[in-house]
Design a protein around this ligand. Structure first.
Ligand code: 4GT
Length: 242
């Protein structure tokens, strides 16, 4: 999987992602992350990439020209590598997009290339968005100063679903949200800590009982902490039984 990020702050994106598991995944060659500086594509002699908004109002807007030229250069390079006229999905991270969830992460992990567009200031001229963006995605109902953190969130969530990124092939299957429920509580050594014991069933070695206990814990926890997820899960079970 090749990630391409269009941004005014490439070092922010690269520094943030080139640590820990995602950094190792890149070294192993499971994924690649490239950050392209939109400013490199401005035709303005002072390297300006923003301007005032028509109609007035506070703040500046990123202009269409540098964003479009940056995208064209990227798209051309990707098409050349693939040896075909192929249109890569362009994700604009914006509070106006559909809110991101695990299913979307799984779907995006099937792509060979993904382009992320990060806005800054008050956003980007609508006309270039209309021409290049295929997906509008938000990471939640709050506003940030730039699209870089949301793009990094998406890249992290998608990367860990790419084969080979996690050592343990199972962990992406059993974790929170994989089945629509939150994950059960987990324990490591020692057996007693601050006078708290690890639940007895986990020490029993009885795999069927352990499975059952974990499922009960998952259900209980989801009902308590995320009632809307719990309702959706119960509904989907009822449909399957009909
Ligand atoms: C929030 C989100 C996002 C922003 C989100 C354009 C200029 C948008 C600043 C940017 N804030 N981007 N993707 N909730 N701010 O996903």
């Amino acid at each position: 999987m090749h990630f391409h990020v269009m941004t005014l702050f490439p070092e922010m994106v690269l520094d943030g992602l080139r640590t820990s598991i995602i950094g190792r995944a890149e070294e192993k060659g499971c994924i690649s992350i490239e950050a392209v500086n939109i400013r490199d594509y401005t035709l303005d002699k002072h390297k300006k990439v923003d301007d005032y908004t028509y109609g007035g109002g506070a703040g500046m807007l990123m202009q269409a020209q540098p964003v479009y030229d940056c995208w064209q250069a990227l798209e051309e390079r990707i098409a050349q590598r693939k040896g075909a006229k192929h249109r890569t999905r362009v994700i604009y991270v914006t509070p106006q997009g559909e809110v991101f969830h695990q299913k979307r992460a799984a779907e995006l992990s099937q792509e060979e290339d993904l382009i992320f567009l990060c806005g800054h200031y008050e956003g980007i001229d609508e006309r270039v968005l209309e021409e290049i963006v295929t997906d509008y995605i938000s990471i939640g109902d709050y506003v940030l100063t730039g699209g870089e953190l949301p793009a990094m969130v998406l890249i992290d969530a998608v990367s860990r679903l790419v084969p080979g990124v996690l050592n343990n092939g199972e962990s992406a299957q059993t974790e929170s949200h994989a089945n629509g429920l939150l994950e059960y509580p987990q324990y490591s050594r020692p057996e007693i800590w601050h006078e708290r014991r690890v639940p007895e069933v986990l020490l029993s070695g009885h795999h069927a009982n352990i499975e059952k206990w974990r499922m009960e814990q998952s259900l209980e926890r989801t009902k308590e902490r995320r009632p809307e997820l719990y309702e959706a899960y119960i509904k989907s079970c009822q449909i399957l039984q009909k």
